[in-house]
Design a protein around this ligand. Sequence first.
Ligand SMILES: Nc1ncnc2c1ncn2[C@@H]1O[C@H](COP(=O)(O)OP(=O)(O)O)[C@@H](O)[C@H]1O
Ligand SMILES: C[C@@](O)(CCOP(=O)(O)O)CC(=O)O
Ligand SMILES: [Mg+2]
Length: 397
Amino acid sequence: MQVRDCIVSAPGKAILHGEHAVVHGKVALAVSLNLRSYLQLKATTNGKVSINLPNIDTFLCWDSNELKRLISDSGGRREEGKLLDAELVRRLREFVGVTNGNLDTRNMATLSFLYIYMSIFGSGELPSMTVSVWSELPTGAGLGSSAAYSVCLSAALLCASGAIPAPLKEWDHTARWCQEDLELINSWAFQGEMIIHGNPSGVDNAVGTWGGMLRFLAGKIIPLSRVPLLRILLTNTKVPRSTKVLVARVKDKINKFPTIMIPVLDSVDAISCTCERVLSEMTCEPITGEHYNILEELIDINQHHLNVMGVGHPALDTLCRVTLARGLHSKLTGAGGGGCGITLLRPETDSFVVQSTAQDLRDCGFDCWETSIGGPGVQQHSPVSVKEEVLEILNKY
Ligand SMILES: Nc1ncnc2c1ncn2[C@@H]1O[C@H](COP(=O)(O)OP(=O)(O)O)[C@@H](O)[C@H]1O
Ligand SMILES: C[C@@](O)(CCOP(=O)(O)O)CC(=O)O
Ligand SMILES: [Mg+2]
């Protein structure tokens, strides 16, 4: 079976408000970033399935017959849906050598690739191919690299299998799928996230699929079209962390102190709703300093709540302190425990203040950059539309 070649990309995301609370059915507001993961899928005829993941130094190759043996009697392929095929996951964990509780970066990426690949192609012949992924996002830092990875995998593999069409026409540079196809991509990406995260809310894969800013509540995705242009400084404390571990930590805390923690989650929900209202007001009335004052206070309150949930880190405290010394307000974004934070820049914040703050943060050993938000969701690319340096990395394998 010869499959179609393709190049796809998906954006990372920043959560403005609602991380962790969203896992427990509360509202989150999230926005896509102009930092993307890229995947190239090339059909081969050597009977091998290869993955090249240079960001995490992982290069693996299997015989497709060897993989086929893992699914021949595992109960068949699973269509889109929320639940994983537990038997296939068990076999794959054994095959990849994942012992219970082993959260190794490489194993998670390998497992989610194999799971999506085998679930999509499992009922027929397993095609040989080489899949290479390169990301501009830091991995494991709160910017949704796992979701961008899962969205790219599901879009490329669904497209290669013919389950969804390739939207790119001869004359296009980039193209996007129709709503129905995006929903299918999103549902498979959610399964990839389940393997990497354990218990994802689905907000990250939704942003990776649709892009822009969205409100997410219990699986319901509402794109927010009326939002003001926000200037955001992104800081990566470079403290490594795992979303899976942090999500489990919050769950344990809720189970241990339900009457204390549930009001905290409710308060985060109210913060997301208040933020959404203020953002919408800012698009239909003149933007005032008071709008920004409220946004800043919401950031401060939420950061305290995230500390109460147990997902803070001294490096994130440093980020908040250093930016506040320049009059700027920050909170962690994503799962916390290290990783990245966002700092809101006011329209009048002049570039000297931004530069000096960024320098202060770099002096703490952090990476820091002003970012534009609202990048497009998953898309297919012609090779000429991919930055040369990215194409060079993808073509190396
Ligand atoms: N470019 C990539 N190549 C391979 N695996 C990736 C890539 N990006 C993300 N991953 C997978 O996602 C995991 C990180 O996910 P997670 O802990 O949710 O952090 P985040 O999504 O905030 O970056 C990595 O350990 C790896 O398994
Ligand atoms: C903590 C959480 O709300 C966001 C995790 O984002 P990230 O993997 O840290 O980028 C988990 C989730 O929504 O699934
Ligand atoms: Mg993630």
